[in-house]
Design a protein around this ligand. Structure first.
Ligand code: NAD
Ligand code: DAU
Length: 355
C-alpha cells in the first residue's frame, strides 16, 4: 500500500483528497496540516478513525518536523496542497501568502529532497512530489478569446497568484537542480462540500440562507471555469499516480460561467429547495459592490492533456455539481454555521490597498 503525505488535508480540497484516497483503499494517508482558520478536522469525520488515516498538526515551514514525519511515516509520495488560498485576504495581508506559499513550499521541498535521497532504490524510483497549483498563475484572459494550456506563460495578477506562481517555479527548480521527481497540476475554480464560506459559491449559499445581501463584485461579468471538488480529487490522484515526472497538467471542467450567472443559478436552486419565508426570490438579495482590485476578467482551462494522458474527465456538470453543493449546505448546517458565527461572518475582504 502506498503511503501519501497530503499537506493541507484539513482544507477544502485537501479533505476531499484524503477522503477520496482512503475510499479507494489503495493508499495510507498521512494528513499534515497547521489548522489555520481554513483548516477543520470536522471535514474529515468520515475517515478520522480509519486504520489507514493519520493526522499530524504541523507547519510546512517547520522543515525539521516535516522531515521527522516523512521518515517516521515512511512516506512514498507527497501531495502538496497546504496554502493560503483566498485572493481577497492576499490583498489585505500578502506576507502570510509569501510565508506559507513560497517559504513553506521551499521548506517542504528541502525536507522532501532529504527524505527522497535516503530512500531505498525502488522507493526512490516511485517517489513523487506533486505540487497542487492554480490556473490563476496564468493571469487575466480577455472575455472573448483564449484558453490556458500548459504552455501559457505565467502572468499572475494578485499577491495570491504571484505566490503560487513563485512556488511552481521553485518546484520546477528542485526538479532541474536536484532531480527531485516532481509533477505539477494547475486547476480552475473548485466548489462543493466543506468549502469555506469566504469563497463565492459557499458565501452566496450561506448568506442567502441567513437572509443577508449577496455581494457581486463589479457588474458580475467576470468569468470563472468551475469544477466540482470531488472531480478535482480524482484528477489529483491521477496526476500523482500517472503524471509524467517534470510535467504539468491543467485541470478544469469546461464550465465557464459569469459570476452573475453563478449567483442567479444558486438563487434559483434555493428558491425551489428552500423558499424564502417572507416570499420573493433570493435574487432580491443580490447587491452589486465595489470591484476587487486587480480583478482578472476571465479564466478558462484547456484540460485536453489531462484527459488524453491521464484518462480523467469530470463526472459532474456545473448544473449537477451545483445542485449537489446546495443540497449539501442545506443538510450540513452543523459544519458551516459555527464557521459563520465564530470565524467569518461574511464581511467584505480585500478592499484595502497595500501601502
Ligand atoms: P484551503 O484554504 O481550504 O485549505 C488550505 C489548508 O492548508 C488548510 O487546511 C490550512 O490549515 C492548511 N495550511 C495553511 N497554511 C499551512 C501551513 N503553513 N502548514 C500546514 N498547513 C497549512 O485551500 P483549498 O481551496 O483547499 O486549496 C488547496 C490547494 O489547492 C491550494 O494550494 C490552492 O492554491 C490550490 N487550488 C485551489 C483551488 C480552489 O478553487 N480552491 C483551485 C486550484 C488550486
Ligand atoms: O482559479 C482558481 C482559484 O479559484 C484558486 O486558486 C483560489 O484558491 C480560489 O479561491 C479561487 O479564486 P477566485 O478569486 O476565483 O475565487 P473567489 O471565490 O474568491 O471568487 C470567484 C469570483 O467571484 C471572482 O471573480 C470574484 C467574485 N466574487 C467573490 C466573492 C468572494 C464576488 O463577486 N463576490 C464575492 O463576495
Amino acid at each position: 500500500m502506498t503511503t501519501v503525505l497530503v499537506t493541507g488535508g484539513a482544507g477544502f480540497i485537501g479533505s476531499a483528497v484524503c477522503r477520496h484516497l482512503i475510499h479507494t483503499e489503495r493508499y495510507r494517508v498521512v494528513n499534515l496540516d497547521k489548522l489555520t482558520y481554513a483548516g477543520s478536522l470536522a471535514s474529515l469525520r468520515d475517515i478520522e478513525g480509519h486504520p489507514n488515516y493519520v493526522f499530524h498538526r504541523a507547519d510546512i515551514c517547520d522543515t525539521k518536523s516535516v522531515r521527522r514525519i516523512l521518515v517516521a511515516e515512511r512516506v512514498d509520495r507527497i501531495m502538496h496542497l497546504a496554502a493560503e488560498s483566498h485572493v481577497d485576504r492576499s490583498i489585505d495581508g500578502p506576507m502570510a501568502f509569501v510565508n506559507t506559499n513560497v517559504v513553506g513550499t521551499v521548506s517542504l521541498l528541502a525536507a522532501a529532497v532529504d527524505h527522497w535521497r535516503n530512500l531505498g532504490d525502488d522507493a526512490r524510483m516511485g517517489f513523487r512530489f506533486h505540487h497542487v497549483s492554480t490556473d490563476e498563475v496564468f493571469g487575466d484572459l480577455p472575455f472573448d478569446s483564449g484558453v490556458f494550456t500548459e504552455e501559457t506563460p505565467y502572468k499572475p495578477s494578485s499577491p495570491y497568484s504571484a505566490s503560487k506562481a513563485a512556488s511552481d517555479h521553485f518546484v520546477r527548480a528542485w526538479h532541474e537542480t536536484y532531480r527531485l521527481p516532481v509533477v505539477i497540476s494547475n486547476c480552475s475554480n473548485n466548489y462543493g462540500p466543506f468549502h469555506f464560506p469566504e469563497k463565492l459559491i459557499p458565501l452566496i449559499i450561506t448568506s442567502a440562507l441567513d437572509e443577508r445581501p449577496l455581494p457581486v463584485y463589479g457588474r458580475g461579468a467576470n468569468v470563472r471555469d468551475w469544477l466540482y471538488v470531488e472531480d478535482h480529487a480524482r484528477a489529483l490522484e491521477a496526476v500523482m499516480s500517472k503524471g509524467r515526472e517534470g510535467e504539468s497538467y491543467n485541470i478544469g471542467g469546461r464550465a465557464e460561467r459569469t459570476n452573475l450567472e453563478v449567483v442567479r443559478t444558486i438563487c434559483a436552486l434555493l428558491d425551489a429547495k428552500r423558499p424564502r419565508k417572507g416570499g420573493g426570490s433570493y435574487t432580491d438579495l443580490i447587491t452589486f459592490v465595489a470591484d476587487r482590485p486587480g480583478h482578472d476578467r476571465r479564466y478558462a482551462i484547456d484540460p485536453a492533456k489531462s484527459e488524453r494522458e491521464l484518462g480523467w474527465c469530470p463526472h459532474e456538470t456545473f448544473e449537477t455539481g451545483l445542485a449537489r453543493t446546495v443540497d449539501w449546505f442545506l443538510d450540513n448546517g452543523w459544519w458551516w454555521k459555527p464557521i459563520r458565527e465564530q470565524l467569518f461572518d461574511g464581511t467584505r475582504l480585500g478592499l484595502l490597498s497595500v501601502g
